[in-house]
Structure formats: structure tokens, C-alpha cells
Design a protein around this ligand. Structure first.
Ligand SMILES: C[S@@+](CC[C@H](N)C(=O)[O-])C[C@H]1O[C@@H](n2cnc3c(N)ncnc32)[C@H](O)[C@@H]1O
Length: 229
């Protein structure tokens, strides 16, 4: 973990004089290898999510995958849960411009999640919030809350991300724990983000105006956090 009040320039940016996201945006080869690696992770993680935690998607008719890249995670969700009638992948305009055309059941929306997120019953954020410091996470979660409406609308935010120090039930606990701390160092040095303990997640949710949350562990590093207004 890191001191989130520390300077916001990452080690990567100090060395390359340009942040990692700018390097991904500016260079087609960087972009291709970044999204290939994210897609490989997504195939593994989403298999666990849809098999072990299908209840998370119960009753959802519309979903936006925020920062959903080229749509690999959203495609896995709509294939597994045909009751989802409308599924939108939102990412930066240059990312969705390169998304594969004609993925069944998906539409793409180019935009900035710090400004506006399209409305839906539920939003999914997979490996998004660990890229950002606490203030930026609060801003993203405020936009999420606007997109799903108040408690009466019955919506939620589905976060797929790490919860540090909470895996006592995992058979593979030591290995998962070591991998998680390596991921923390990786995220810290590349984008100045952070892996978080439950109390740090709670602080973000409450500051963004959410009232409740529920954590479900998958086998492996990420957990699912359902956050309710
Ligand atoms: C670590 S990747 C995760 C991608 C995908 N969710 C996955 O798990 O494979 C973070 C994503 O956030 C997107 N992103 C970064 N800044 C964004 C912004 N301001 N608005 C929307 N998406 C953004 C990036 O383009 C990238 O696709």
C-alpha cells in the first residue's frame, strides 16, 4: 500500500517522461500489447465471475462496462446472462474506435468517466479504480451514482478489483497474497494507483454518497464488490 497523499507522478512517468496511459494512447504497438494482456486476464477472471457469482447479475436489464476496453468482459457477461437486454462498453474515444466491430449484443460509447457515465441498471468496473488515487476514485464513483440513480431505482455498481487482507477462506491464501502485493507494487509504479483494504474501499464509497456494499471473493486475486446507493 502507499501513502495516497504522496506526489501524483508515477515511477513510470518519472522514467519515461510520459504517463503510462499517454504511452498507450500514442503508440499503436503499446496499445495492442496492453489490450492483449488485459483480454487474457479478462478471459480468466470473467470465467470465474460468471461461474461462481451469477447472482451478482440477477435482475439486471441494462449494464455499462465502464473503462471496458475492447469489450471482452462485457461480451462474456452478455453471453452468460441473456436477460441483459442492453449492454454498453464505455471507454475513451480512441479505445472504442479500435473495438472489434459487430460483437453480438454490445454497443460502444466513447467518453470520459470523470465527466459522464451513461445510465443503466448496473455498472461494471473491472480493474479501473485501482488505477487511481482516492480523490479520483471518489469522482468516478460520484459519476457512477448519477448513472444508476438513487436507492429507489434499485441499481448498483459492480466493482471487480482487489480487497487486500481479506482472504482467510482461500485455500491458496499465501500464493494469492504474494501475487496481490506484487500487483500493488506494479500498479503503484506504473500508474500511481493502489490496491486497497476494505476500510479504504468503504471510505471511497461513503464519500461518493453510497450507503452499502457487499464483497464476494472469487478464486484468485480480484474480488467482486457490489455497491448500493
Ligand atoms: C486497466 S484497463 C481495464 C480494462 C478492462 N476493464 C479490463 O479489465 O480488461 C483501464 C481502462 O480504463 C480506461 N480509461 C482510462 N481513463 C478513462 C476515462 N477517463 N474514461 C473512460 N475510460 C478510461 C482505459 O482506456 C482502459 O481501457
Amino acid at each position: 500500500m502507499k501513502d495516497e497523499s504522496a506526489a501524483s507522478v508515477s515511477l513510470y512517468e518519472t522514467v519515461h517522461r510520459q504517463g503510462m496511459w499517454a504511452c498507450v494512447e500514442d503508440d499503436a504497438a503499446n496499445r495492442a500489447s496492453f489490450y492483449e494482456s488485459m483480454d487474457a486476464d479478462t478471459r480468466l477472471v470473467m470465467q470465474a465471475v460468471v461461474r461462481r457469482c451469477p447472482h451478482v447479475f440477477d435482475g439486471i436489464k441494462s449494464l455499462v462496462d465502464v473503462g471496458g476496453g475492447r469489450g471482452t468482459a462485457a461480451a462474456a457477461v452478455v453471453a452468460a446472462f441473456p436477460h441483459i437486454q442492453r449492454c454498453t462498453v464505455m471507454d475513451l474515444p480512441h479505445v472504442v474506435a479500435e473495438a472489434p466491430a459487430g460483437t453480438a449484443g454490445l454497443s460502444f460509447h466513447g467518453g470520459d468517466m470523470f465527466e459522464h457515465i451513461p445510465s443503466a441498471d448496473a455498472l461494471m468496473l473491472k480493474w479501473i479504480l485501482h488505477d487511481w488515487d482516492e480523490d479520483k476514485c471518489i469522482k468516478i464513483m460520484e459519476r457512477c451514482k448519477e448513472a444508476i440513480g438513487g436507492k429507489e431505482a434499485g441499481g448498483k455498481v459492480i466493482i471487480i478489483d482487489t480487497v487486500l487482507g481479506s482472504r482467510a477462506d482461500d485455500e491458496d491464501d499465501d500464493k494469492t497474497c504474494r501475487e496481490t502485493y506484487v500487483l500493488d507494487l506494479h500498479i503503484l509504479s506504473f500508474v500511481n494507483g493502489a490496491e486497497r483494504e476494505e476500510h479504504e474501499w468503504r471510505r471511497i464509497f461513503l464519500a461518493a454518497g453510497f450507503r452499502d456494499y457487499k464483497i464476494t471473493h472469487t478464486r484468485g486475486i480480484p474480488s467482486i464488490i457490489e455497491v448500493f446507493p
